[in-house]
Design a protein around this ligand. Structure first.
Ligand code: HEC
Ligand code: HEC
Length: 258
């Protein structure tokens, strides 16, 4: 009798838990927010061994959920925390929210990719990248293109499809603090504009619009401004939604050599 009640309670609580997330966007049974958080944690902590597609450890494919020891979400939770003694799989200290994100991402990895990439066509996307979008005039991919803007050769492994789409639609809002464009004027009046690569208290390293790497001593500058708007144009009106899908699909394939 007691165990019957217990069973019923488990079902009810499952129902309540899934019911709660009702208003959010979902990928399968997991919330989009959890999956995105997991994507970022995965890229920071797991990708070096398991790879961008989750299949670098022989016999294990996290993307298609082919496991050796894992069947339930709580197995995943446990293994991520304890690691697997005697193997290269390390223990990890994550809080409850982070664990939920990692589990959600592993469970939804495959759908996450297809949902987010939509019906985009990577080959068409590459063509738009090189022709109509003229992205190569600023970005470099696999040793081709300019160094004025960040190299995108592994962008598909380090940014979520959502983040990639945001970069195209609203570059200024998605700008990373380090990548900000800068404008410097030296004591003798020389103007340097470029992209900040690194900065400390006394110096700043910039790659200028001619692709020269320049190190500036701040004390030698008459003016040093970090600009708040991206030099990347928004493609919101330059490309239609289908073309944006194609470009995102192409960027998703850029996973460097990892
Ligand atoms: C230093 C390399 C390394 C890192 C980092 C790493 N793993 Fe692993 N992981 C492994 C190896 C190797 C195995 C396979 C162990 C074995 O079965 O021999 C494994 C196994 C697993 C398994 C168990 C699969 C199964 O069914 O047995 C899961 C799940 C897993 N890793 C998830 C993760 C997650 C999530 C992260 C990041 C939070 C992570 N791993 C980070 C190397 C790593
Ligand atoms: C005029 C130069 C320029 C052009 C053209 C340009 N970009 Fe950018 N892009 C940048 C710069 C500079 C950044 C670095 C951060 C910022 O300013 O937004 C950037 C950032 C990005 C990022 C984010 C990188 C990250 O680390 O998250 C993506 C993705 C991107 N661009 C894709 C594209 C694509 C695809 C095209 C063509 C459709 C394109 N860009 C065209 C200058 C450009």
């Amino acid at each position: 009798m007691g165990s019957k009640w217990c069973f019923a309670l488990v079902i009810i609580s499952c129902f309540v838990v899934t019911g709660f997330a009702g208003g959010q966007e979902h990928i399968g049974q997991y919330s989009q927010a959890d999956v995105e958080a997991g994507f970022n944690l995965y890229n920071a902590n797991c990708i070096t061994c398991h790879g961008a597609n989750g299949d670098s450890v022989p016999g294990i494919n996290l993307r298609t959920n082919e496991f050796r020891r894992v069947s339930t979400d709580s197995d995943l939770n446990r293994i991520i925390q304890t690691g697997i003694p005697g193997t290269a799989m390390p223990p990890g200290r994550y809080n409850t929210a982070e664990l939920a994100g990692l589990v959600a991402y592993i469970r939804a990895m495959r759908e996450f990719d297809t949902v987010a990439t939509g019906r985009g066509d990577a080959a068409r996307g590459q063509n738009i990248f090189e022709e109509k979008g003229n992205c190569n005039s600023c970005h470099r991919v696999n040793n081709k293109g300019s160094r004025v803007a960040p190299d995108l050769s592994d962008i598909g492994a380090i940014r979520s499809p959502e983040a990639l789409r945001r970069s195209l639609i609203d570059p200024t809002a998605s700008m990373l603090p380090l990548n900000r464009p800068v404008r410097a004027v030296t004591r003798d009046g020389k103007l340097i504009s470029g992209r900040r690569l690194n900065e400390d208290t006394y110096t700043v390293q910039v790659i200028d619009t001619e692709e020269h790497l320049i190190s500036l001593i701040k004390a030698d500058l008459r003016e040093f401004t970090v600009l708040k708007t991206s030099t990347m144009p928004s493609y919101k009106d330059k490309l239609n939604p289908a073309e944006l899908d194609d470009v995102v699909a192409y960027l998703r394939t850029l996973k460097g050599s990892r």
